[in-house]
Each structure stands twice: as structure tokens, then as C-alpha cells.
Design a protein around this ligand. Structure first.
Ligand SMILES: [Zn+2]
Length: 259
């Protein structure tokens, strides 16, 4: 997308999780794309007019990129897929199609300067950057009384971590999702050994997930997520994976090896 001009935007419905902004397609048409980046769970497409196209995949959203549409046409390719909701046709002949069966995704246009939006101002560190380490995690959890799993979903603690990988990281670190968050910070906010393991586990599960690039959803790739009632995969552990609800979300964990 970078460097290309948006020739056409096909909207096949009025809304995803929320309505598309007014004149969404016409405001994008003709704009050149300066950069494509990500912060937390948001994709940010900076446009030459100063606006930023903000996109969120929600639960089930994905992009399909077609580089083969050789004709530089202003008309989007006719798409047969039922859940293809938005099709961007670019000046370089590429089409980018957003598919989202459950429609929890979001697309929005932020006016000039608003890319440094409130959401981003309060957002915590990127988990794969060097600035996110055990010390940063312990600092963010100091004094927090909520359960550790709930704290990990708080985007102010760490950006971009979702329900699946919060469970996965806690299992890899051998920490109970029910543990009080503040227990990962020792006196003066210093990291405990558990915080060291958890910061490393968050990086590991995310790197592995990125390396797999797997779609569609397959539970077999997870350590605990969606494995209720199955034996724990931790070597030497004879526990059984349980599912509990925390803050309205499912948590999967092994009560035997996660303490
Ligand atoms: Zn276990």
C-alpha cells in the first residue's frame, strides 16, 4: 500500500462493529498512502492529506492482498466472498480486501493530527520492543489488585496483547491467571522472578504466533486456549486444562503447573 494512491473504495455494507465514518470512501479516494504502521491492535495508514485511516481486525478480520489485478482500473474487483466488506483498489494494481465474518472490526478516519489520539496516549509499551521488559511490567503492575490475566488485557499495561495470548503467556510462564497482579512487583516496584518469566513468555508466544502466520483459526496451535479438559502440555505436568471466566472473558489454564 505504501506509496500507492487509493483509486477506489468499495464498501459492501454501512457498518462493521460501528458505522463507517461519513463519506468514508470519497474521503479516501485519490489519496496517496504515506506509510503503514501498527500501534497496539490498531493498523494506521497515513495519507497525504494528513488524515489517518485507522483499522482494527476485531475478532475475525483479515486482509487479502491481490497483486495480480494487472489492469489499473478505478473499479474494484467484483468479489464473490460473502464476508468481504471493504475493497481498496490501488494505483499499483493491487487490491486489498477486508474480510470479517463476525464484523467486530473497525475502520475510522482520524483528521489531521488526531493519530496521536487519546487511545494511543494512554497505551502501554509494545511487547516486542526492548523497552518492554520485566522491570517495565513490574512497574505497570505495582499496586494493582486485579487478577494477573485481567491486567494483561489492559492496553495501558502492555499494548496489543489479547485474550488468547494473555492465557498462552501465563501458561508458558507457569503463573496462575488468578494471581493478584501486584505480586509480580517486589518492594520498590522491582520485578520478581515471576515478572521476569512473564515478560519473556509474552515475547515468546507473540513471536511464535507471528512466525506461524496461520489462518484460519486452529485451536491445535495453542498451548491452553480452547483446550478445556485436555491434558496439560507442560513437560512432566499431569494437570488438566480448565476454563474460567475473568472480567467476562474466557481464561484457559492449568491449575497444576500455573501458580
Ligand atoms: Zn500443567
Amino acid at each position: 500500500m505504501r506509496g500507492a494512491r487509493i483509486m477506489h473504495v468499495l464498501l459492501r455494507r454501512k457498518n462493521l462493529r460501528r458505522p463507517f465514518p461519513r463519506a468514508f470512501a470519497s474521503r479516501l479516494k485519490g489519496r496517496r498512502i504515506r506509510s503503514v504502521s501498527r500501534r497496539g491492535k490498531y493498523l494506521l495508514v497515513a495519507l497525504d492529506c494528513g488524515d489517518t485511516l485507522l483499522m482494527h481486525l476485531g475478532m475475525s478480520g483479515s486482509f487479502r492482498i491481490n497483486r495480480d489485478s494487472k489492469r489499473r482500473t478505478a473499479t474494484a474487483e467484483v468479489t464473490g466472498e460473502r464476508h468481504d466488506h471493504v475493497v481498496f483498489t490501488l494505483s499499483n494494481g493491487v487490491t486489498v480486501t477486508f474480510n470479517d465474518p463476525r464484523r467486530f472490526g473497525v475502520m475510522d478516519l482520524l483528521g489531521d493530527g488526531r493519530a496521536s489520539h487519546q487511545v494511543f496516549a494512554a497505551m502501554g509499551p509494545e511487547p516486542l520492543e526492548a523497552s518492554f521488559d520485566a522491570a517495565a511490567l513490574a512497574r505497570a503492575l505495582t499496586g494493582k489488585r486485579v487478577a494477573l490475566k485481567v491486567a494483561l488485557l489492559d492496553q495501558r499495561v502492555v499494548a496489543g496483547l489479547g485474550n488468547i495470548y494473555a492465557s498462552e503467556a501465563l501458561h508458558l510462564a507457569g503463573l496462575s491467571p488468578r494471581r493478584r497482579s501486584s505480586m509480580l512487583a517486589a518492594a520498590a516496584g522491582r520485578p520478581t522472578p515471576g515478572a521476569v518469566r512473564l515478560a519473556a513468555a509474552i515475547k515468546t508466544v507473540l513471536r511464535q504466533a507471528i512466525a506461524r502466520k496461520e489462518r484460519p483459526y486452529r485451536a491445535s496451535r495453542f498451548r491452553v486456549y480452547d483446550h478445556e479438559g485436555e491434558p496439560c502440555r507442560t513437560p512432566g505436568c499431569r494437570g488438566t486444562i480448565r476454563r474460567i471466566s475473568q472480567a467476562g472473558r474466557s481464561t484457559f489454564y492449568c491449575p497444576a503447573c500455573q501458580r
